[in-house]
Design a protein around this ligand. Structure first.
Ligand code: SF4
Length: 468
């Protein structure tokens, strides 16, 4: 086998990636495949391939130059193809929505069931540098004053971004109302939705003011909750289990226990990558790759087993880079926290180019980062892990970890990205600003595709200056 050349870590654009790709041996390209299929499962391609297919923003983005990152991007951008293939080979596609990370664990416990998150399509208009999906959503009656997740309704309408799911499970209740309203429009189009109620994690003050004492517990992330919430979630998960049983004819709790172990393997690796990245003298991976890794916890980009392998390779890469003191950003890059994920990936590049380094995040997916208990009944374990969810509690609880890092002086500033038109994320921004005000905080609205203006750049530059 030809020896794979390794390059000094840095961020590179499409042309450089294509050149590097030419030097990769055929056997390496053939080694990695989705659904473990030799014939059509190869996904290793340079990002330029996906730019030609329509992801125009790729020509502006910079990526980590490692083989491991290239493999990751090939896999992530191949997801639409993967979902259509899944359908062709009779796998069942289950759209899981709103809960961000827990329902897919249940789905994966059933044979040939593939969970995926249609709402993750919210960054598609940005990658495509096109407002087509957003405009279609407006025509469907979803006003601009709704978060970019409205692109999802257009994707359901156009039937071209993923096959018709065999089942749609969507959460409501203490979930985001923007997304939940979008899903009601999807339901009105004729899609049947299995709604799951997500209860609210009330604050400890609420319980103290109740005349009747409640049984209180502490979550794995140290959040206080009422035991009733745990029991309620278990009942909701039992309902999901029943509907999946009806769909597949399989009822095997042992598979859930095994799935939880696999999910935990991934979650631990991702937490370790985040920790290594935060503590290293030089940032071992760029923020864009780190965000993509963190979101992979939700459902493994529709092939969980392959995703675990990809992250294991990235984990090793990060370990090696940290040991050697190598990385992709200057040593003096300023450590910041990022709150709420950016729908526009370009912003992550830009903030790094202007001198920052992301060492902590709150991407509304805290629930998918905690290990699931393995020594208790699995549905209870899932309920307990979900109780750490970012969206079901107070804002103070949501940013608790970031606040701790500010106190420990690990962070010099906080960047909050608002979704233009979103109610939930925008509403929380002022509260977060107030709570994290011990360091400079910058809140910016993510404009519609291709809308990052000089004004936004200037505001970030000014923010960076205040951190120096
Ligand atoms: S408003 Fe925020 S939480 Fe809700 S769908 Fe949009 S980005 Fe997600």
């Amino acid at each position: 086998m030809k020896k794979i050349r390794t390059h000094a870590p840095r961020k590179i654009g499409l042309a450089a990636w294509s050149k590097q790709f030419d030097k990769i041996a055929e056997e390496t390209i053939r080694k990695y495949k989705y659904y473990n299929n030799d014939e059509w499962g190869i996904y290793f391609s340079p990002p330029a391939t996906f730019m030609v297919y329509g992801l125009r923003e790729l020509k502006r983005l910079k990526f980590d130059n490692s083989l491991e990152a290239l493999r990751m991007w090939g896999f992530v951008f191949n997801e639409t193809e993967r979902l259509f293939r899944a359908k062709q080979i009779n796998k069942k596609l289950i759209a899981t929505m709103g809960d961000l990370g827990t329902v897919p664990v249940l789905v994966m416990a059933f044979p040939d069931c593939i969970p995926f998150y249609p709402e993750c399509l919210w960054w598609t208009p940005f990658f495509k540098e096109s407002t087509e999906l957003l405009d279609t959503a407006s025509k469907l009656g979803i006003p601009e004053a709704t978060c970019f997740s409205r692109a999802v309704a257009a994707a359901f309408y156009k039937k071209a971004y993923f096959p018709r799911p065999d089942l749609i499970i969507a959460s409501t209740g203490a979930s985001c109302d923007d997304y939940s309203c979008v899903m009601q429009v999807v339901e009105n189009m004729g899609y049947e939705i299995f709604w799951v109620e997500t209860p609210c994690r009330k604050s400890p003050d609420f319980f103290l003011s109740r005349p009747k004492p409640q049984i209180l517990e502490k979550s794995s992330a140290g959040l206080v909750y009422s035991k009733i919430l745990e029991e309620y979630l278990i009942k909701e998960y039992q309902r999901i289990w029943q509907v999946l049983f009806k769909l597949t004819g399989v009822n095997n709790p042992h598979r859930l226990t095994e799935t939880i172990k696999k999910v935990n393997t991934l979650r631990r690796m991702v937490m370790e990558i985040k920790k290594l990245n935060a503590e290293a003298e030089v940032a071992p991976l760029p923020a864009l790759e780190l965000m993509t890794i963190e979101f992979g916890n939700l459902y493994g980009y529709a092939d969980f087993d392959e995703w675990v392998e990809i992250v294991a390779a990235l984990h090793q890469l990060v370990q090696k880079r940290v040991e050697k003191g190598l990385g992709v950003l200057p040593k003096d890059a300023l450590p910041i926290a990022w709150v709420t994920p950016s729908a526009d990936p370009f912003l992550l590049n830009l903030v790094e180019d202007l001198g920052c380094r992301v060492v902590a995040t709150e991407y509304v997916i805290n629930q998918s980062l905690v290990p699931i208990e393995e020594n208790i009944e699995p549905l209870r374990a899932l309920a307990r892990s979900f109780i750490n969810a970012s969206l079901i509690g107070t804002t103070e609880e949501r940013v608790k970890n970031i606040k701790e890092k500010i106190t420990q002086r690990q962070i010099k500033g906080v960047l909050i990205t608002n979704m233009l038109g979103a109610s939930h994320c925008a509403m929380e921004t002022r509260l977060i600003e107030r709570l994290l005000g011990d360091v400079p905080v910058l809140a910016i609205d993510i404009p519609a595709p291709f809308g990052i203006t000089q004004q936004i750049r200037t505001r970030i530059e000014a923010f960076v200056e205040t951190l120096r």
